[in-house]
Ligand binder design. Structure first.
Ligand code: BDP
Length: 637
């Protein structure tokens, strides 16, 4: 399968990619327009034995409906759960999407307009054509990619523009996450050519175009990227900024920063500099300040020698993040993560972007008193980070380095790709105040000999990309044999006592958890976060005394963990993140009953008993350590 994938890509695209240019979120402004291409697309999965028919027959050259049958497919959405066809749900290989769109004539008539096609995320490998001409390709789900399509569409003024996107969900040893394709050649058991996709992570490998596809414009001389870093001293805030410009050798750049009331509080000139903000309103986490999530608006105005001008408005939160040997500090105050791990996952749409779901999830997190989440196990939609910025929800931003268990995935090819993914992630998310730490991987086989070198490079590179934020990876390895741990700033540990270890024995949790914390802290003297813990509970399943898979058991696991957190959180434990916020879909297997049931909420976002335990706890912690906003009374339970 991988060979098929490589053969196709080498023939059609060549191998990509490196990170260049900015990836500013496509916002409208007086100089920029956007046009969403979401909705119904034509779709076909390539069921040919080696999945290469689309390339050999050139499906991108003509309307997709002319080369075979097509079905309606929703964008954004995973394709897997949209039809009644189990073969499509479990499909591995290339799927083809196509849409015809009209590009506004005024965009085409104005020679000073640059037209960009952007895909916010498609899983996993994508190739994009416009009117049959290849315009870009991209490796990796969860992060955006784009192409300047001016040259292609100006040739066909007056005709609709046909966008074709081929997406391949095959995972191999060097993809992120990794996987393997296994051919099962025993013809007494399997049909000819039978193969399966194996992977070592616990969520369904949903695929397709997961986030918006859109066209947007900029002038030909444009603001390509903006980087901000913030600090404060007494009541003065500082915004250090850097603007990169394309299309103008001697640009004039003017910056102004305004507060929430629209009043300008600071100005500067030039492509880099510092804005001084008197009487600064710092960006504070939810439940730590009355006025959490305060954002300024930084307006960047570019005027090129040609007279062309571009405007971009960037929300900016002014805050600092620091780590000591036993504390995580935001604005120099100790911050305790009481939050959740999530997934982008829901019925029908799979990993497809969905505003109602996003708003509901933020409401549930705030209801629960959660002040933070981790983007387990891949970057989430940028709109989710924008919500986190506005609501003051703190984020540990994780790359898709999940399930790295095979020693062959620690080689140079994997590392090179992993470094690029970190560059893409930092490039996209560096300006979000909610993002306080990068996580480069989840539960890698950190005890394998190459892991030390691998993580040394990965963490160092990430720090060089962003010296202002701590870096971690999430471990489930033994503290004495974890070869990557010396390089991280914060130790993040996952453990499932009385679940995967000593199943049914709730009584062992306190001793094992205490030992876990003391071992890690004793060896590394770094702050520790319990980055995952939990137990499956099938909603509505009860047994008292508690038994595994019941809501009572899930509750007791939580309560037993909490007793130990309370002993350690005043010392060096700086956070607890439940696994998981909501139930989510996984591959089928003997340990999963239509998915992972460790959610506090069902997949449909209804609370299980555990949600109320966490709610009581999180609000109590907020009452004790934070400055509760006056509007937020401790909830009556
Ligand atoms: C952890 C993994 C997470 C799984 C969880 C579980 O990090 O992805 O879903 O176990 O088994 O080890 O529920």
């Amino acid at each position: 399968m991988w060979l098929v994938k490589l053969a196709c890509l080498a023939a059609v695209c060549g191998r990509c990619v490196s990170v260049s240019g900015g990836m500013l979120y496509p916002r409208e402004s007086p100089s920029r327009e956007r046009k969403e291409l979401d909705g119904l697309w034509s779709f076909r999965a390539d069921f040919s034995p080696d999945r290469s028919a689309g390339f050999t027959q050139g499906w991108f050259k003509r309307p997709l409906a002319e080369t075979g049958p097509v079905i309606d497919m929703a964008v954004p959405s995973s394709f897997n759960d949209i039809t009644q066809d189990a073969e499509l749900r479990d499909f591995i290989g290339w799927v083809w999407y196509e849409k015809e769109v009209w590009v506004p004539t005024r965009w085409l008539q104005d020679k000073g307009t640059r037209i960009v096609l952007r895909v916010e995320s498609a899983h996993y490998y994508s190739v994009v054509w416009v009117n049959g001409v290849k315009v870009t390709q991209h490796e990796g789900g969860h992060l955006p990619f784009e192409a300047d399509i001016d040259g292609v569409i100006r040739k066909d003024v007056g005709l609709p523009c046909r966008i074709t996107i081929a997406v391949n969900n095959t995972l191999d040893l060097h993809t992120l996450p990794p996987g393997t394709i296994q051919y099962l050649n025993d013809h007494t058991k399997y049909p000819a050519g039978y193969f399966i996709q194996n992977y070592n992570f616990d969520f369904f490998n949903y695929a397709g175009i997961h986030r918006s596809v859109l066209l947007y414009t900029t002038p030909k001389a444009y603001i390509d990227d903006i980087t901000v870093d913030t600090n404060f001293s007494d009541s003065t805030g500082f915004v250090f900024y850097n603007v990169s410009v394309v299309g103008s050798a001697k640009p004039t750049v003017k910056i102004s920063l305004s507060g929430k009331d629209g009043r300008c509080v600071s100005t500067a000139n030039g492509i880099s500099g510092v804005l001084k903000v008197p009487d600064v309103n710092l960006w504070w986490p939810y439940l730590m300040h009355e006025n959490a999530g305060y954002l300024y608006t930084m307006e960047v105005q570019l005027t090129a020698e040609s007279g062309e001008s571009d405007v971009y408005m960037l929300p900016v939160g002014i805050r600092t993040v620091k780590v000591t040997s036993n504390q995580f500090l935001i604005n120099n105050k100790p911050f305790y993560f009481h939050g959740v791990n999530k997934h982008e996952d829901a019925d029908v749409r799979g990993k497809g972007f969905d505003w109602p779901l996003i708003v509901k999830d933020f409401n549930l997190m705030k209801w629960m008193g959660a002040n933070s989440f981790r983007t387990s196990h891949y970057p989430y939609a940028e709109e989710i980070l924008q919500m986190a910025d506005r609501h003051g929800i703190v984020v540990i931003d994780e790359c898709p380095g999940v399930g790295i268990k095979d020693i062959r995935s620690f080689g140079n090819a994997s590392l090179a790709h992993h470094l690029i993914v970190m560059e893409e992630l930092v490039r996209r998310d560096k300006n979000h105040p909610s993002v306080v730490m990068w996580s480069v991987a989840n539960e890698p086989a950190a005890e394998m000999p190459p892991a030390g070198f691998y993580f040394k490079q990965l963490v160092a590179h990430t720090k060089s990309l962003d010296p202002a934020r701590p870096v971690t990876y999430i471990t489930d390895s033994n503290f004495a044999r974890d070869l990557g741990a010396p390089y991280v700033d914060v130790i993040c540990v996952n453990s499932y006592f009385s679940w995967y270890h000593d199943p049914g024995h709730l009584e062992v949790i306190p001793i094992q958890l205490n030992t876990q914390f003391d071992n890690w802290y004793g060896k590394y003297q770094k702050p520790v976060i319990q980055s995952e813990y939990g137990a499956d509970a099938v909603p509505g399943l009860h047994n008292d005394p508690p038994m595994m898979f019941t809501e009572e058991y899930q509750k007791r696991v939580l309560q037993n963990y909490h007793k130990v957190f309370d002993q350690k959180r005043k010392k060096f434990v700086v956070g607890e993140l439940i696994w998981n916020f909501a139930d989510f879909m996984t591959a089928q297997g003997t340990t999963r009953v239509v998915g992972n049931k460790k959610g506090m909420f069902t997949r449909q976002r209804q609370p299980k008993a555990g949600a109320f335990i966490l709610r009581e706890r999180y609000w109590a912690i907020a009452n004790e350590t934070g400055v509760l906003p006056t509007w937020a009374k401790y909830p009556c339970l």
